[in-house]
Ligand binder design. Structure first.
Ligand SMILES: [Mg+2]
Length: 249
């Protein structure tokens, strides 16, 4: 299908990342393994930095709480320093296996990805129709922003270092879960206020119908993005569906 922005009076587009601009597999098959492999080296090089010490302090607390709850994390070793680093690596891998969303873990991962993007070892993945669509919409005066559960910093890094170059020049804002959950109506009200547009003039594109339902309840327009590798959505959801951003004209 084609969706005409002018016919629908759309002046702002809000984009989801995973399953919409970017293959879901990128996070699980590229970002997570990259963080896992580089963790030891990152700790070795930055162990005395204040930021990493802060992350380690948070992890130490979290580890103590896990021991308290009898979750049996791998042992934490304080001395010597080499052994401490090895025990942190084992604990962080244990947290990643459990997909824990803790602050210390997220912060360390963020640092490792930042280093990877800046050195060029890591490239953000976007579907091939994404860069030309961003450029086209931007040329037509559309205000384009991102809403993803990954941190705003991680979102910016991804779009600044894609295989198609720096796409951040097309993007005017990044929202993460500090704005609210992706299935919470309130999040979309707050985002519309940041756009300074009435919700009906904003189009939200996502691969997840529960998120589209919330955006619609807040008054936004919504399109389901069906990409290869996306999770199946509940039948009878009633959202219009696109398979490529080239359908949004
Ligand atoms: Mg998604």
């Amino acid at each position: 299908m084609t969706f005409s922005l002018s016919a629908a009076s759309v002046r702002g587009i809000l984009l989801d990342i995973e399953g919409s601009t970017t293959p879901i597999a990128f996070v699980h098959d590229v970002l997570f393994p990259f963080a896992r492999e580089r963790l030891k080296d990152c700790l070795r090089r930055n162990f005395s930095s204040e930021e990493v010490r802060g992350d380690v302090a948070k992890l130490r607390e979290e580890h103590a709480a896990d021991v308290e709850l009898r979750l049996e994390p791998p042992p934490w070793v304080e001395d010597p320093l080499d052994a401490q680093r090895d025990s942190i690596v084992a604990y962080v891998h244990w947290l990643m296996d459990r997909d824990r969303k803790s602050t210390g873990l997220k912060s360390l991962q963020g640092k490792i990805w930042e280093e990877g993007y800046l050195s060029g070892e890591l490239k953000g993945q976007v579907f091939p129709d994404v860069p030309p669509a961003l450029q086209r919409w931007c040329q037509n005066g559309i205000d384009i922003r991102i809403f993803s559960s990954g941190s705003a910093l991680a979102q910016k890094l991804l779009f600044a270092h894609t295989e198609a170059g720096d796409l951040t020049r097309f993007l005017r804002g990044y929202f993460d879960t500090t704005t609210g959950g992706k299935t919470a109506l309130e999040s979309y009200r707050r985002i519309a206020a940041q756009f300074r547009l009435p919700p009906p003039e904003i189009l939200f594109v996502s691969d997840t119908t529960a998120e589209l339902d919330a955006a619609k309840s807040a008054g936004m327009q919504a399109l389901l993005c069906a990409r290869p590798g996306n999770r199946p959505q509940p039948p009878g959801h009633g959202h219009r569906t696109i398979h490529s951003f080239s359908e949004i004209i």
